[in-house]
Ligand binder design. Structure first.
Ligand code: HEC
Ligand code: HEC
Length: 428
């Protein structure tokens, strides 16, 4: 049954080679793959498409070649770009705190061994996520079980993480900071001490908050920067909300009609006030179920592991070289309610063309693959949302849906990436 969805084992690889990441790679390459015909590169930065071929060439740019250019985040926030709903209660940004947050976002000293910053999993040039990996590599090459979400418009999200277990940006930071497999810090105090010892932040914290770096102010600073990452005014917005008929092609308009007529909009919502293309809810689309069943099948079979060590270079290893992939029960992990198993947060579709790979586990590398999945109706099982069901999309319909999704890229994504790079990389 799964043959419909799953390509042969490990046909899709990842662009991050090297021994440190190997443990992670072997596990992530076994998640869902996508139709072989899809070869287009996605967005800015690198892509892992074609990594299984020896002709693969990286699109990565060296850090040194990236030059920063400030963008007025305060003005952006004051008059949210076309297509975003108005922000609830009067919210303002403090320029000093935004710039403090931006510096911290790039500071590798936030991790236990000084190697990993927030920006290394949420890469500005890659849509504040990572194109190369289904799921990111944490400290010392450790496995992280979920895909890094893009951070655009995160200020609108009431529940954070794919399972919605956190409800404030200021508190959310302690998730990655303290996770053993992400930034690996042993305690709150150790993070605060390390930052204090750099001697680089104390004065700015006092200036911004009238107090020193503490558990709350560190969270507030990082949150302030992320709140500023608004992005909309896409071709779709200019057409739909701006009334510019020529802003998008006919294919986008047809794709939007399909989106409205096939229940997509009931979860990825919009209204006259604006569009987040999300509903703040959690749903079982079948992705978590497929992943779970696949994991069980694999455990039963004890298949040899296929490791990819470089573009197009695989080796088969028949001993257990990777720890078993942890289970992922979705929203259940935040609520303990059995009906919440395999439900995941509805992601916003804004900027989706530049935030591959997709779904909570990074299962699909392209939008065409996501549409293929919806056309098949997920993988029917008890609990799957009834709106996810087989749809009779023609090839043209699928292309139109993809064109619509591609029209959701905001006009300022390059500016936000350039702005991010004005921050120094904080290092020992
Ligand atoms: C090792 C990679 C990694 C690092 C480092 C990392 N993140 Fe994340 N981030 C993730 C992953 C993976 C998730 C989703 C986790 C989940 O759903 O359980 C996530 C989720 C988030 C979310 C929730 C977004 C949403 O829409 O729900 C925010 C906000 C966030 N990270 C900000 C940060 C900040 C700030 C830092 C630095 C303090 C940071 N991240 C460091 C990988 C990382
Ligand atoms: C029942 C609610 C629901 C419906 C209906 C629905 N989606 Fe989704 N969509 C979700 C959820 C939940 C996810 C995330 C699943 C996960 O993380 O495993 C998602 C993920 C996506 C993604 C990937 C976004 C990302 O950043 O990973 C795209 C693209 C998408 N949906 C498009 C569509 C389209 C097009 C339709 C209509 C054919 C549709 N959705 C119908 C709930 C829904």
């Amino acid at each position: 049954m799964f043959k419909r969805v799953l390509a042969p084992r490990s046909t899709r690889g990842l662009t991050l080679a090297g021994a440190a990441a190997l443990f992670c790679l072997t596990t992530v390459t076994t998640v869902l793959a996508q139709p072989a015909a899809i070869h287009e590169r996605i967005g800015q930065g690198d892509s892992r498409i074609d990594y299984d071929s020896t002709s693969y060439r990286s699109d990565s740019k060296s850090l040194a070649s990236l030059t920063g250019e400030a963008f007025d985040l305060i003005a952006l926030f004051e008059s949210a770009p076309l297509g975003l709903p108005p922000l609830l209660d009067a919210q303002h940004l403090d320029p000093g705190i935004v710039s403090l947050g931006r510096r911290l976002f790039f500071d590798r000293r936030l991790s236990f061994n000084g190697t990993l910053s927030c920006a290394m999993c949420h890469i500005p040039e890659q849509g504040f996520t990572q194109h190369e990996l289904s799921t990111p590599v944490g400290i010392e090459g450790r496995f992280v079980k979920r895909n890094a979400p893009a951070l655009y418009n995160v200020v609108y999200r009431q529940r954070l993480f794919h399972d919605g277990r956190e409800n404030s940006l200021a508190r959310q930071i302690w998730g990655p900071l303290l996770a053993r497999n992400e930034m690996g810090n042993p305690s709150v105090g150790s993070v605060l001490n390390r930052l204090a010892e750099t001697g680089e932040y104390a004065a700015d914290f006092v200036a911004a908050f009238d107090t020193d770096i503490n558990m709350l102010t560190l969270g507030q600073a990082l949150a302030e920067y992320q709140r500023a990452l608004l992005s909309a005014d896409s071709p779709f917005d200019r057409w739909y909300y701006g009334g510019e008929s020529a802003a998008v092609e006919a294919t986008v308009k047809r794709g939007f009609t399909l989106f409205m007529d096939n229940d997509c909009v009931s979860c990825h919502q919009l209204d006259d006030n604006g569009a987040l293309f999300a509903d703040g809810g959690f749903h079982d689309t079948g992705v978590g179920y497929i992943d779970a069943v696949l994991r069980k099948q694999k455990a039963r079979k004890r298949e040899p592991h296929r490791l990819q060590v470089a573009p197009g270079v695989f080796i088969d290893v028949d001993t257990d070289v990777v720890p078993p992939r942890p289970s992922d029960l979705g929203r259940y992990e935040a609520t303990g309610i059995s009906a919440d198993r395999w439900k995941y947060s509805t992601p916003s579709l804004r900027n989706v063309a530049i935030t591959a790979p997709y779904m909570h586990n990074g299962a699909f590398v392209s939008l065409a693959a996501v549409i293929e999945f919806y056309a098949m109706g997920g993988e029917p099982h008890e609990g799957q949302d009834e709106r996810i069901r087989a749809r009779d999309f023609s090839a043209q319909d699928k292309a139109d849906l993809v064109a619509f999704l591609e029209a959701l890229t905001g006009s300022n994504v390059d500016a936000l990436a350039a702005d991010a790079r004005i921050a120094p990389i904080g290092d020992f």
